[in-house]
Design a binder for this molecule. Structure first.
Ligand code: GSH
Length: 210
């Protein structure tokens, strides 16, 4: 039994989505991030970074959304959400997971928390600076999908597509959201059509970008 510490729509979303896809047994604990629960000592004891998600696996707290996603995909090989070690596609899969985690997700951290890099007086310039950088990522990934899609690994759906969909969702209120790019829009539509997406929305109480 897994226990997921989550906040609706946050980086925990993709872990939650995967748990539903895998039909894995799990319990949810909502963390009120607006009230700062993620910075309280009892939560910091689980996740010293003070962020969601945290996933309790075999009684031990684990964190980092991408790592949790990769772990779950590997733990349920029958669902084929991760090419197995030795499969030539494994490196492409890992490259996408790390690329999304290192090159795309951190830009959203700056978008959502623009005071972090240089203080509140620079929040507006940080946002102005990060916005075209996010759009450049959509351009890059859309071009990849145009040539090699419909999924990041071609015809093979993987955990990376779930991750990308969560990141696309985060852009929904930006001046130019991810689904303004046609191949990203097609991927988002495929992913949102999955039965698990509806269940996820119900369980997290979400409605935007349905
Ligand atoms: N690298 C971490 C980042 C997680 C993260 O930034 N989570 C945000 C929500 S999307 C959070 O908990 N924010 C609350 C805070 O920073 O206080 C991961 O992928 O798990």
């Amino acid at each position: 039994m897994y226990t997921l510490y989550y906040s609706p729509g946050a980086a925990s979303l993709v872990v939650h989505w995967m748990l539903i896809e895998l039909d894995a047994p799990y319990a949810l604990v909502q963390v009120d991030t607006a009230a700062g629960e993620q910075k309280r000592p009892d939560y910091l004891a689980l996740n010293p970074n003070g962020v969601v998600p945290t996933l309790i696996i075999d009684g031990k707290p684990q964190y980092e959304a991408a790592a949790l996603l990769m772990h779950l995909a590997d733990a349920y090989p029958g669902h084929r959400f991760a090419p197995a070690p030795g499969d030539p596609m494994r490196i492409d899969y890992m490259r996408w997971m790390f690329n999304l985690a290192n090159m795309v997700q951190p830009l959203f951290r700056q978008w959502w928390y623009p005071s972090e890099p240089a203080g509140p007086e620079y929040a507006d310039p940080v946002r102005e600076h990060v916005r075209p950088r996010i759009e450049a990522q959509w351009q890059r990934i859309d071009a990849h999908l145009a040539e090699h899609g419909p999924y990041l690994l071609g015809e093979t759906l993987s955990a990376a597509d779930f991750y990308l969909t969560m990141l696309m969702r985060w852009s929904r209120n930006m001046p130019r959201e991810a689904i303004a790019w046609p191949h990203l829009a097609a991927l988002a539509a495929r992913m949102k059509a999955r039965a698990s997406f509806k269940v996820l929305y119900e369980r997290e109480g979400l409605s935007e970008w349905a």
